[in-house]
Design a protein around this ligand. Sequence first.
Ligand code: BTN
Length: 325
Amino acid sequence: MSTKDELLKYLKESDGVWASGESLAAALMISRSAVWKHIKALQEEGYGIESSSKRGYALRNLPDRLLPAEIREGLETVCFGREKIEYYAETDSTNLRARALAHEGAPEGTIVVAETQTQGRGRRGRTWFSPPGCGIYVSVILRPRVQPHEAPQLTLLTAVAMAETLLERADLPFAIKWPNDILVGGKKISGILTEMALEMDRVDYVVVGLGLNVNTPAEAMAEEIREIATSLRMLTGKIFSRVEILRAFLAKLEHYYALFQDRQFERIRNRWKELSGIIGKQVKIEGLDRAYEGEVVDLDRDGFLILRTSDGAFERIVAGDVLYR
Ligand code: BTN
């Protein structure tokens, strides 16, 4: 833990009671001016720390930010977010940052988070609307020991982790829409962008990027997505702790990732089917190069959708957008 994080822990444990500069300096074995330097840095991060020349310092309120020290507090993971959490008040895209880190050798479980993204990226060249402080924009670096064709399973397990996280926080009909969306009443609340890098024929790394609309008010939604997107706040009228949701999501993601590494995709696949409700539905799918229509009969082991068309033929679909009929 860094000295700044230790200082923060100390102030949190003081529970709003004044702690003198002298006592903090002694506890952390640093000078009083070093205490002051770290206090300034914490204040700049948004921590409401009151200071008094006579009484010292007291923590009054926590920032509503996805700061690494806040994410780590009470984080129930073994690997994800343990070693490195890279935080940006603003960045182009957390997936791009995570890919750069992975390329430099960042270990599995490295997390990149941002308060806002200027080039939030979605599937098929789309953008992900990322207003500041309203949502969770996070990317996780994975280094799975699998063949490239198995990597799409990671998108499915991420969707399962997110759907469960949401279901535990709001009594709403969250459903997974193949392959990577979470919808409520037909409106999108979360999306996943999985990107992978190969080395010869093996996976070097995978970056799983997730966007979730948490506290976005209706009026802040971009005009072009107002009819098709929603947020937890719009659905419930409540404000949610983004840090708490992110921690819970990371713990679930790690759990399902361990199953995946343990060759237990079948369990994930079954959970995905339950949470998607797509099996047996009539759909139209805009695939990469053509459209398909028919009944969804299964999700296969590689995460592909199996469709039975009206002439009885079976189609195995790799990627596309689903439109329910
Ligand atoms: C989609 O629904 O098309 C996928 C959206 C994925 C958005 C997230 S936000 C965090 C991460 N960084 C990005 O640039 N994109 C993903």
